[in-house]
Design a protein around this ligand. Sequence first.
Ligand SMILES: [Zn+2]
Length: 205
Amino acid sequence: MTSRDSVNPDVEYRRVLRVLQGDRVPEDAPALAKMLKIIMSPELGTDVLISAAGFFVRYARWAKPSSYFANLAPPTVQALLRLGCVAEYAAAHAFRIDAEADAMLSGSEARWVWLRVGQDAVRIAIRPATNGSQPPLATAGLPEPLPFPVRRYATFDEEQRCPHCRSSATTWRYIAPALVCEACGRSFEPDDETLRRAQIAEMIR
Ligand SMILES: [Zn+2]
């Protein structure tokens, strides 16, 4: 069994860069199939980041990316390139992967994949293929990031008072580090101690 401690994200990141240059790595089919499902099947797509710090996947409306075993990153990138019929090295790719490309993708819809090799990370954006056979060429960058959670609220035990209009409430719209007043629309920054005692909740639209 692979344990998190036995995986060196820095080594795996450099392996990913070599895969992009044409190197081959062995594929563990069941683990790879699971990873492809994770990044290919979410309805709105996924944003993938591979760096010396690890292998991260962000889902729509989740602020915090999920971390996966970094040793899965090189075979995953290799499989994406193969499934997208990408043979040549480039620092930027945009290609399509059809569900029929491989049995591992059964149950997935067609996806557009953008891949960027940056200064210190490889970023991959996977989105539903909405029309056309090829994704729009994103020459300047990746497509818009997936939506983040829209609203956060801070709830306090005691009522807080808006310094602008003097109205008070226990729950406030929270846009760090400020609270937004529902009554007057203006915002203010509570002191750190007050904020520490608040319960912060995210509401997903
Ligand atoms: Zn106010």
